[in-house]
Design a protein around this ligand. Structure first.
Ligand code: AMP
Ligand code: MG
Length: 396
């Protein structure tokens, strides 16, 4: 293995090889999790008319306080019959159109509604009136390019009258697991065999990134079986394999992908777990060879593959979503590799405290499942002290 790349160097090389996917129109109701590629613009002013923020009465603030004739009452969903006559008030529902001439609304709780007349206390101009276009104007951007659509965007697009948006196509991901020792849960284990867990885990780790995921059958450690499976996987935009990228005689993934025309960009990252991670390209297809230990595969998927998937879709900030926290206990730094330590998040009034779980070996996926954070411990000498700053990736 040549000199190990740092995580940032490795991510940079991955991003250099990303070619943006095509775009397509997507109905807003189908767009959750998709990355917007052309700014989506408001169809209407929002609110589309001056509207009342309260159930109450609309009038001219300058004419308050006083007793006024009730000229008409405005329900939500219909227009006022005309401008508000001088010296009068209009009953109005929340969301009702404030009639022309009125410039304030007084809530129903503080008026004396006598039917034909209403007694109104003093009001300030503009109070409880939501001006037309106060949220957005027609033609203005509602959701910008590079945004991944979340619930708030679905709401904003709907409110602004947008029916469909231009998004990236979804990346097609093929997941391959290698290893003659692997059996499916439900089968019985023979000597030397273990249950296969990485394919579904990797698929789950990538599910939130908008990918279309194809989970292929497990491949035994045989060159021809590798060739057949990887050739099929290479139809996808992104290939993710697990296992078979270390130095052993049965580690065939790098050799076979090279035979299939994959150009290796790097092999080996200064990361623990997950050091022998391999990355290559064939045409526009990105090929990630993740090491087979389950925690190594998980870290590789979250740090590298997820970033690539967001970048392929044109996400404005595809980098791993680190959040800040403090360590509950000192952690020894690794002199050579950045570590991802599995920890539990404890929320306190002054932020997140990260308590490492016991069982940090890369095969200990069940111990990892007691954690909800991957704490990034930069390589170096000595300790990160208890109470010291650490950033983490959420595991949930
Ligand atoms: P490898 O990277 O192929 O050398 O595998 C490293 C370790 O991870 C070995 O103990 C494998 O048995 C285990 N392993 C590899 N692939 C999987 C998988 N898909 N599910 C669970 N464990 C795996
Ligand atoms: Mg193997």
């Amino acid at each position: 293995m040549a000199e190990l790349l740092t995580i940032d160097e490795a991510l940079e090389r991955v991003l250099e090889h990303v070619r943006l996917l095509e775009v397509e129109d997507v109905a807003v109701e189908e767009s959750l999790g998709r990355v917007v590629r052309q700014p989506a613009r408001a169809v209407v002013d929002l609110p589309p008319f001056p509207s009342s923020a309260m159930d109450g009465f609309a009038m001219r603030a300058a004419e308050t306080p006083g007793e006024m004739r009730v000229a008409f009452r405005v329900a939500a969903g219909s227009a006022p019959p005309g401008p508000l006559p001088v010296g009068s008030a209009a009953g109005i529902a929340t969301g009702g159109t404030v009639p022309e001439g009125a410039d304030a609304v007084v809530p129903v709780e503080i008026v004396d509604d006598r039917g034909d007349v209403v007694v109104i206390p003093v009001a300030a101009g503009g109070q409880h009136v939501r001006p037309r276009g106060g949220d957005v104007h027609a033609g203005d951007v509602v959701v910008g390019a590079g945004t991944r659509v979340g619930a708030v965007h679905v709401g904003a697009l709907g409110a602004a009258g947008v029916a469909s948006i231009v998004c990236s196509e979804r990346p097609r991901v093929a997941i391959v697991a290698t290893g003659s020792e692997l059996r499916s849960p439900g089968e019985s284990l023979g000597p030397g065999q273990i249950y296969e867990s990485n394919r579904r885990m990797i698929a789950a780790a990538l599910a939130g990134s908008g990918a279309k995921i194809d989970v292929l059958p497990v491949v035994r450690d045989d060159e021809n079986a590798h060739r057949v499976a990887l050739e099929q996987a290479l139809d996808a935009d992104v290939v993710v394999s697990s296992g078979g990228v270390s130095m052993g005689p049965h580690d065939l993934v790098r050799r076979v992908t090279a035979d299939l025309g994959v150009q290796e960009i790097f092999w080996g990252v200064a990361i623990k777990p997950g050091k022998p991670l391999a990355f290559g390209v064939r045409g526009a297809t990105l090929v990630f060879g993740l090491p087979g230990n389950p925690v190594s595969s998980l870290v590789g998927a979250l740090v590298f593959v997820q970033t690539a998937l967001l970048a392929l879709q044109g996400h404005a900030n595809p980098a791993p979503p680190y959040a800040p926290g403090r360590l509950a206990a000192a952690l020894r730094r690794n002199p050579h590799r950045d570590e991802f330590v599995r920890a539990r998040r404890l929320e306190s009034t002054d932020g997140t405290v990260l308590a490492p779980v016991t069982g940090q070996d890369s095969h200990m996926i069940v111990r990892a499942a007691t954690a909800d954070a991957l704490v990034h411990v930069p390589r170096g000498e000595g300790d990160v002290p208890a109470g010291g700053f650490a950033r983490y990736l959420p595991l949930d």
